[in-house]
Design a protein around this ligand. Structure first.
Ligand code: DAH
Length: 343
């Protein structure tokens, strides 16, 4: 019996070494302590066959071995637990010194930025920002603006008609009419927004583009107010002294009407090789004039009592100037390589 136990002792020590994880532990423990045929259980059964003296000695040896094995198994189990814990800690470790992933930040489209600058300047000059429909009736788009039947601007080659009555607005001037119907003079509004024309895209044209319309109605409003307003606006926008000039022109909804040019913001009319004004010294802003009496009347405003001025210019062209961009089609291509430059 003594030999068997010391053999078992040796075997047990070797088996202990095979315990690497929980399943090994279970296997070794069962091997020695399983109630049915664990090695210790079997030895106990053997005890019955021995004489009383032998049994006492052998019983002690078995007991010693049992205690020893249980203790060893316990400490092995402890160790397994500790190892599992430290593995879990290692696995879940967070290295707070690793640089994070920065989420890609969006930014306003350059046209939106320019539009906001334009709005801010006019708001600082007492203007309200007016919104108007992008799909409008021919009444607002043309008739009320004194654009007669048969005028080339109404033609379907130029305008996107939805039906006989409705069209995508071809100018923000339609908001003039909505504003005059909604408000009582005196008032000052600007109306920035999208307009649509059947133009073939090229570096300066796109079938959808942006305009801003301006309208001031009140008593004794003159062409001088128009000029001062546009000049002040441009000086604030380009942050430098600007001269304005009017060239007589015809727009059905104003009389007199004028094309407006401003002195080049880059060379101030001095440089014959200037890339912005092509050496002319002047940059075209847009159309303007004194609101036609017919237009005031169409909105139930008495032209004897009130007068007004109106102007309109392209926001896309202005944006291109502000950011030095040579092709407005970049604005509408949705190419992030272009757009992410404006942060
Ligand atoms: N609506 C005109 C255009 O799209 C621009 C314009 C000209 C607006 C004269 C005005 C104006 O308010 O008075 O070409």
């Amino acid at each position: 019996m003594k030999d068997t136990i010391s053999e078992l002792h040796k075997q047990f020590c070797a088996d202990l070494e095979t315990i690497l994880e929980a399943t090994d532990f279970q296997r070794v423990r069962d091997q020695y302590f399983s109630r049915k045929n664990g090695q210790v259980t079997l030895l106990m059964k053997e005890l019955g066959k021995l004489s009383p003296e032998e049994r006492r000695d052998a019983g002690k040896l078995i007991n010693d071995f049992k205690n020893f094995a249980e203790q060893e198994l316990d400490s092995r189990q402890e160790e397994l637990k500790r190892r599992a814990e430290s593995l879990a800690l290692e696995r879940e470790r967070v290295d707070i010194s690793i640089p994070g992933h920065r989420p890609a930040l969006g930014s306003p489209h350059p046209i939106v930025r320019a539009r906001q600058r334009i709005e801010d300047i006019f708001v600082s000059m007492g203007y309200s920002v007016e919104d108007g429909p992008e799909i409008d009736t021919t009444f607002y788009n043309f008739d009320a603006l004194n654009i007669p039947q048969g005028h080339p601007a109404r033609e379907s080659q130029d305008t996107f008609y939805i039906n006989d009555e409705l069209a995508l607005r071809s100018q923000t001037s339609n908001v003039q009419i909505h504003a005059m119907q909604r408000r009582k003079p005196p008032f000052r509004v600007i109306a920035p927004g999208k307009v649509f024309r059947r133009d073939t895209p090229d570096p300066t044209h796109n079938p959808m583009f942006f305009q801003v319309e301006g309208l001031t109605v009140g008593k004794n409003i003159t062409m001088g107010d128009l000029k001062g307003t546009l000049q002040t606006f441009l000086e604030k926008l380009f942050n430098r002294a600007i001269t304005l000039r009017f060239r007589p022109s015809y727009f059905p909804f104003v009389e007199p009407g004028a094309e407006t040019d401003f002195s080049c913001y880059l060379c101030a009319s001095k440089n014959s090789g200037c890339r912005v004004c092509k050496g002319t010294g002047w940059i075209e802003l847009g159309g303007s004039g004194m609101v036609h009496p017919n237009v005031l009347q169409a909105c139930n405003i008495d032209p004897q009592e009130y007068s007004g001025f109106a102007f309109g210019f392209g926001i896309d062209r202005m944006t291109a100037m502000l950011y030095g961009i040579d092709d407005i089609r970049h604005f509408f291509a949705g190419d992030l390589r272009f757009l992410t430059q404006f942060r």
